[in-house]
Write a protein that binds this ligand. Structure first.
Ligand SMILES: [Zn+2]
Ligand SMILES: [Zn+2]
Length: 161
């Protein structure tokens, strides 16, 4: 019985951080944050401190949205992947993507129209607060469960000796 508890505890001790790391990796990648950095931070910094810091960092991160359909887009996209709306201006002469504030094309030097504004809207209010609270509660419950398992495992190991 005690061996079963030790094995279960050890599996969970490895499986829980790996699962968190995978989730953070995917989420960070979607948001254009450094995926490996945040995955490792949330896995390796003890007591979920890395994960909590990541959740705070991601909630402050502004996301770009397509002005037409609202789809989340990244700064490097030329068109919206959902509706095909152009997200960057292109040079009429050579087709290279140009920044709205450029006077001339960086590639061919052709003059660009003035007074352009960015094509994507910058959304500020991202996650709805309700969702974030549930994530925090989930983390807290996870932390308690993990600490309890560590306690049980330690107790079982001590008891076995
Ligand atoms: Zn769109
Ligand atoms: Zn050009």
């Amino acid at each position: 019985m005690s061996l079963f508890i030790i094995i279960t505890g050890l599996v969970l001790l490895i499986a829980v951080p790996v699962l968190i790391g995978m989730m953070v990796y995917k989420d960070a990648k979607n948001r254009g944050l450094e995926p490996w950095f945040w995955a490792l931070a949330s896995m390796l910094v003890p007591y979920f401190i890395g994960l909590i810091i990541y959740l705070v960092a991601r909630s402050n991160r502004k996301r770009l949205r397509c002005a037409r359909c609202g789809q989340t887009v990244e700064a490097g996209y030329n068109v919206c992947p959902q509706c095909g709306e152009p997200l960057q201006y292109t040079c009429q002469a050579c087709g290279m993507p140009v920044q709205p504030q450029w006077n001339v094309c960086a590639k061919c030097g052709a003059a660009q129209p003035q007074g352009r504004t960015a094509l994507v809207t910058n959304a500020t209010a991202e996650d709805d607060p309700g969702k974030r609270i549930w994530i925090m509660i989930g983390c807290a419950v996870g932390a308690v469960v993990l600490l309890a398992l560590v306690g049980i495992s330690a107790f079982a190991i001590v008891g076995a000796i």
